[in-house]
Design a binder for this molecule. Structure first.
Ligand SMILES: *[C@@H]1O[C@H](CO)[C@@H](O)[C@H](O)[C@H]1NC(C)=O
Ligand SMILES: *[C@@H]1O[C@H](CO)[C@@H](O)[C@H](O)[C@H]1NC(C)=O
Length: 197
């Protein structure tokens, strides 16, 4: 009796989870820039787990800065999305522990006004998922550094984004910066074996 009641509750719960896309204590995040790469996202947000590749319709990917000539740890423009009917942005849906909402927001410079969080409907093989994502404020176009572009492309490859989309990413012009960047820390992290808990 009790076990069947609890199975019904479990079933109801699963249905609710399917609709919202996230479970208790977790949230879904749609990444389209450097956070496509697991090791990059894990630097500050160790709870992130891959859910699916996804497509965001009616947006396009762009690279730029929130202030003209602002210095970033990437030494160039970084990725954002712009509303653009008919276009699409491919990315990765991650699930993160709510504990890492603040670390993700701080990585995206939300309190400094660099990016604003928004909720988007992402199409995946498991249906449409409501995800948190981030859009740059006061967008100024600026080419990415080769290092940033490399991380975006590595992430797209790592998670199997469509070949055609990857080709477009590989064709993005860079600013030819050479020197230290966040890439050095990511490379170091990629050499570390994953800690399985
Ligand atoms: C991020 O999530 C992980 C795993 O849940 C947790 O150990 C870590 O403390 C979180 N980081 C912060 C800053 O809350
Ligand atoms: C970067 O280098 C390439 C190849 O040398 C060159 O064609 C391009 O104009 C350079 N871009 C910038 C922004 O300097």
């Amino acid at each position: 009796m009790w076990s069947s009641i609890s199975s019904i509750f479990l079933l109801i719960n699963i249905c609710i989870l399917e609709m919202s896309g996230a479970s208790d204590g977790n949230f879904l995040y749609f990444a389209f820039g450097s956070n496509l790469l697991k090791e990059r996202l894990h630097l500050k947000n160790p709870s992130a787990v891959f859910v699916s590749v996804g497509r965001l319709k009616d947006y396009k990917l762009n690279f730029g800065l929130w202030e003209e000539n602002v210095q970033t740890s990437w030494h160039g423009g970084v990725a954002t999305i712009e509303s653009c009917p008919g276009e699409e942005v491919w990315g990765v849906v991650w699930t993160l522990s709510n504990e890492n909402l603040s670390t993700l927001d701080s990585q995206e410079g939300v309190s400094q006004g660099e990016y604003s969080p928004l909720e988007v409907s992402v199409e995946t093989e498991q249906g449409t998922k409501l995800c948190r994502t981030y859009q740059m404020n006061n967008f100024h176009p600026s080419p990415p550094s080769p290092q940033y572009k490399q991380v975006v492309c590595l992430g797209a490859e790592q998670n199997g984004l469509p070949k055609e989309y990857l080709k477009n990413l590989e064709a993005v012009k860079t600013n030819n910066y050479s020197g230290p960047s966040v890439l050095d820390r990511i490379k170091a992290a990629m050499k570390q074996p994953e800690i399985i808990s």
